[in-house]
Design a protein around this ligand. Structure first.
Ligand code: UT7
Length: 336
């Protein structure tokens, strides 16, 4: 059986580094608190010329190079992001333009931190219908533009970056995506939010403040808002449940996993995940200490690092999993 397979990976990390020590001068926090509560030591901050689509295109270029493909060979570009520089055109169309991927169609996926896993699943389904297609899947974020730098609860957590992979159907019977599954639960939407420009025209007066409908929008500004403890507990439960359930569908168990690349949000979430799955911690790839939580970019950046560090050998069983606002979550099982 031929399966969609990852031919190349890539990433781009903005040059500017913001350390915990730097943050101590900005808000009432400490390196000790951030390190022990999250595992994060530093994060990257995008500056001029490092807009969401630009860093996405840089990561995409990297992945194409490794795959040995030119941009005009790509049929589909999917970009997972919740921080596109514009509502229209999509980030994916900017990426297409920047790369010169003239034969592709391009779309964005907004699934917050699960954006890359959502994009990979979507591309996987396209390629199974049309096996000659080649897809570029990217996760990219400019979260530093969308956190409140006066709010210590959130500003210490996030960072900017982009990661990518090229997916194409392989003739190799063994390698490729073995299984993938996505989940959402919109009932939990208010636990993790990022305000955007209002999409209701106030002149039309569709919604008044006290009409018992959910009030969208924050008084403080268009920033990330989060009920951290609730998100934390859900993330551990959702990712561990999704991984073990999906493994069972392909007659495998956690013991078969060679490398688990989870969304990089908090080292304590990853320890909780390891405990619940009963997987040795060494089998979990971690780079959140360097980059913080880069949302949709976190899994593909980690995937690219793991790949370039030689952590993935041919035949290895790789599992990706992520959880984010929406809530959204999902997992992918790949034979490398
Ligand atoms: O990507 C998916 C979305 N996000 C996540 O997965 C994040 C999930 N949540 C978390 O990672 C954790 O809940 C946090 C790291 C956000 C917070 O850790 P926590 O152990 O849940 O801490 P907490 O919110 O209960 O806060 C404990 C204390 C509070 O002080 P009091 O009330 O105990 O006096 C906070 O005000 O720590 C205080 N605090 C801080 N102190 C120093 C909160 N942020 C900071 C800070 N520096 N940056």
């Amino acid at each position: 059986m031929t399966r969609p397979t990852i031919l190349g990976t890539g990433s781009y990390l903005p040059k500017r580094i913001l350390t915990n020590r730097d943050l101590e001068k900005m808000v009432d926090t400490s390196d000790e608190w951030i390190t022990t509560r999250t595992g994060i030591k530093s994060r990257r901050i995008a500056t001029k010329g490092e807009e969401t689509s630009r860093i996405a295109a840089a990561a995409g270029k990297d992945a194409l190079k490794m795959a040995g493909l030119t941009p005009d060979e790509i049929d589909l570009i999917i970009v997972g992001t919740m921080t596109p520089e514009m509502a229209m055109p999509s980030c994916a169309c900017f990426v297409q333009q920047e790369l010169g991927a003239v034969n592709a169609f391009a779309l964005d996926v907004n699934a917050a931190c699960s954006g890359f896993v959502y994009g990979l699943d979507t591309a996987d389904k396209y390629l199974r219908c049309k096996p000659d297609m080649k897809a570029l899947i990217i996760g990219t974020e400019n979260l530093s533009a969308r956190v409140n730098w006066k709010d210590r609860d959130t500003c210490v957590l996030f960072g900017d970056g982009a990661g990518a992979c090229v997916l194409a159907t392989s003739d190799n019977n063994d390698s490729g995506i073995l299984a993938s599954r996505l989940f959402s639960d919109g009932r939990l939407s208010d636990l993790l939010m990022l305000d955007s420009a209002p999409s209701m025209n106030p002149d039309l007066n569709f919604q008044t403040k006290n009409n018992n409908k959910t009030e969208i929008g924050s008084e403080q500004g268009p920033y990330i808002r989060m009920k951290g403890k609730d998100v934390f507990k859900f993330a551990v439960r959702a990712m561990s449940g999704a991984v073990s359930e999906l493994l069972a569908t392909v007659d495998m168990t956690v013991a078969d996993i060679d490398l688990l690349i989870p969304h990089q949000a908090n080292i304590r979430i990853l320890k909780g995940l390891a405990d619940r799955l009963n997987i040795p911690f060494e089998k979990i790839f971690i780079n959140l200490n360097k980059y913080g939580n880069t949302s949709a970019a976190s899994v593909p950046i980690a995937l690219d690092e793991a790949n370039r560090e030689g952590r993935l050998k041919k035949g290895d069983l790789l599992v990706l999993c992520a959880m984010g606002g929406g809530f959204t979550w999902g997992t992918t099982i790949i034979r490398w």
